[in-house]
Design a protein around this ligand. Structure first.
Ligand code: DOR
Ligand code: ZN
Length: 351
């Protein structure tokens, strides 16, 4: 008999784009109803660079939170060529910063202020290693002559491996891994306990062929882009392994329909509307629902040196719809991943 009810410790989302303003108000309730904590990405326009920026952004998030939600946003600093190591260290000591995010300049959405050359931030990385503050990495090279499907694997060889050698105590999360190479590399470092990896729900569910199924599918376009089926399988195998370095990070990244359905559409899949249901679908397809709690609720806090949640949540096997569209007050809206489809599991709240 397959199980009809899943109870797990309240999960956390270790990679979220909450945006700001009306978009923040529209998307935050979806993340806050399922997750206890979330690592909030700093790629706003302008980006969250200083501890003062992060404090102000955290206030805006908390102000947008509907009553009755116990949700803790964990703030990150957007690393730039001119980041002040003292400000980062102070922000970490004062509990403002949970991590620092590295976007190679122009690798993805709102990354124009990212790091142009790692040699410019070696001093900041040294300080972070000293205080144990994790570096979260968008792991793609920006060299446009490298095939878009190879940019993660090339990054691992040419940037990440040397970086870990130069900073032997720096704690790092390779974000939203999409390749077999990434899974193998993360495993190769497992003994050190200092390299983690987030895996999104959409990368567990789609491969690159889905982007072109019956026509071009802008709502499945994200960065790093989905890869071949063999890579999707490697990600599923890593997620269901229960191994400590692999944990949940949705990379839910809302963009308006207008910004997605255009000649040059933005990268990002909005998965927050049904995040846990999507992960449950992927784990059940792999026959590994019993491994969901380690991935969603245990491995992440252990990596971040935070307590695991005491509270529990329930998923029920009740078919439930993914909303068609999340409307924004000034018009336009955000289309959820698998919008309009029915999912077999439904998040039923806390117990
Ligand atoms: O698809 C993505 N969207 N990848 C990223 O790295 C950024 C994100 C966004 O902010 O929209
Ligand atoms: Zn992201």
């Amino acid at each position: 008999m397959p199980t009809d009810r899943l109870i797990l410790r309240r999960p956390d989302d270790w990679h979220v784009h909450l945006r700001d303003g009306a978009m923040l108000k529209a998307v935050l309730p979806f993340t806050a109803r399922q997750f206890g904590r979330a690592i909030v990405m700093p790629n706003l326009k302008p980006p969250v660079v200083t501890a003062a920026d992060a404090r102000a952004y955290r206030e805006r998030i908390l102000a947008a939170l509907p009553d009755g939600f116990a949700f803790t946003p964990l703030m990150t600093a957007y690393l730039t060529d001119t980041t002040d190591a003292d400000d980062i260290a102070r922000g970490a000591a004062e509990g403002v910063f949970a991590a620092v995010k590295l976007y190679p300049a122009n690798a993805t959405t709102n990354s124009a202020h990212g790091v142009t050359d790692l040699c410019k931030v070696e001093g900041v990385l040294e300080r972070m290693a000293g205080i144990g503050l994790p570096l979260l990495i968008h792991g793609e090279v920006t060299d446009q002559s490298v095939d878009v499907f190879d940019r993660e694997a090339v990054f691992i060889d040419t940037v990440l491996a040397p970086l870990l050698e130069r900073h032997p105590t720096l704690r790092v999360v390779l974000e939203h891994v999409t390749t077999e190479e990434a899974v193998t590399f993360v495993r190769s470092q497992a003994a050190s306990g200092r390299l983690g990896a987030t895996i999104t729900a959409h990368h567990l569910l789609i491969n690159r062929s889905h982007l072109f199924q019956g026509g071009i599918r802008p709502h499945l376009y994200c960065l790093p882009i989905a890869k071949r089926e063999k890579h999707r399988r490697a990600l599923v195998e890593a997620a269901i392994s229960g191994e400590g370095p692999f944990f949940l990070g949705t990379d839910t990244a809302p963009h308006t329909v207008i910004a997605k359905e255009t000649a040059c559409g933005c990268a990002g899949c909005f998965t927050a509307a049904n995040a846990l249901e999507l992960y449950a679908l992927a784990f059940e397809k792999a026959g590994a629902l019993d491994k969901l709690e380690a991935f969603a609720s245990l491995n992440g806090p252990r990596f971040y040196r935070l307590p695991v949640a005491e509270e529990k949540v329930v998923l029920e096997r009740t078919p439930g719809p993914v909303p068609d569209i999340i409307l924004l007050p000034e018009g336009d809206g955000v289309l959820p991943f698998k919008s309009g489809e029915t999912l077999p599991w439904r998040f039923a709240g806390g117990v």
